[in-house]
Design a binder for this molecule. Sequence first.
Ligand SMILES: C[S@@+](CC[C@H](N)C(=O)[O-])C[C@H]1O[C@@H](n2cnc3c(N)ncnc32)[C@H](O)[C@@H]1O
Length: 244
Amino acid sequence: MSLQEYYEESYRRDQTLGAGELLQEAVSSAKGLFNFALESKERFLPESDWNGLRVLETGAGRGGVGLLLARLGARVTLVDFSPTALAQASAVYAAEGLEVETIEADVVHPDLALGQRFDLIIDSHLLHCLTEDPDRASYYRLISDHLTPTGIFIAESMVHRKALSIPEGFMLDPRNVLWQLIGSWRPVRRILDSLDLEEELNNSRFNIVYFYYYGQLGFVPHRSFLDLPTEILPAAVRLVVKNR
Ligand SMILES: C[S@@+](CC[C@H](N)C(=O)[O-])C[C@H]1O[C@@H](n2cnc3c(N)ncnc32)[C@H](O)[C@@H]1O
C-alpha cells in the first residue's frame, strides 16, 4: 500500500460521518494554528484584509484552518493528494455556504503548477509527512513559486526532542525518519531537530521571519503514541517565512 493509499484509506473510514461531524472534527483540530495565522497576518501582512485574501492550505485534509479563514472572507484553495479528503472538505464548506477550490495533487511533484499565487500559504502538519530530502526541496520550491511578492508561508511541524519514546511497530532512523510497520516498513514522518529545520529553510529560497520551538506542545504522530506524556512526544515548531 502506498502512503497515498494509506491516507485515502484513513479518510474513507469516515465516509459514514455527516457534514456536521466532519466539520466539528476539522475545526476542533485547527483552532491553534488558526489563531497563529491571525497573529501572523496582523504582524506580517498588516495592510491586507482577510476579505478576499488568497489562501492556500497544503496537505489540507478537510481544510480546517482554511475553513476558519474562509469564514473571515478569505478565498481558500485546498491541495491534497487524497480525493476523499477533498470531497469531505467540499461537503463541509458547502454545509456552511462557503466557497472553496480543491486541487488533487502531489505537492512534491516537481512540475506541479497551481496557476495562481497566494498571499498566505498554510501548512497544517504536512511538512513532517515529507520524509525525503528531494521531496522536501521540491515542496519548498512549490511554496516559493506560489507566494505573491509580499506573501507569507506559515507552518506548524513536529520536531525532535531529546527524550523521545518510540512505541513498538515504529522505528526512528539516524536521519530522524520515523518508520511504521504497515505490512512492510514505511517512512511516515520526518522528525527533524528544530535547528536542522531552520537550516533547511535557510538553504531554500526563504527568509525566516518567525521560528519558535513549542516544548509544551506534544505531537501525536499516530494513535499508538496517544498514551505517552508530552515530555516524550515530538515537540512543535511554528514558523513564518517569506521569499528572499
Ligand atoms: C497529517 S495529515 C494533516 C491533515 C490536516 N492538514 C490537519 O492538520 O489535520 C497530512 C495530510 O497531507 C496529505 N498529504 C501527505 N503527503 C502529501 C503529498 N505528497 N501531496 C499532497 N498531500 C499530501 C495527506 O493526504 C493528509 O491529508
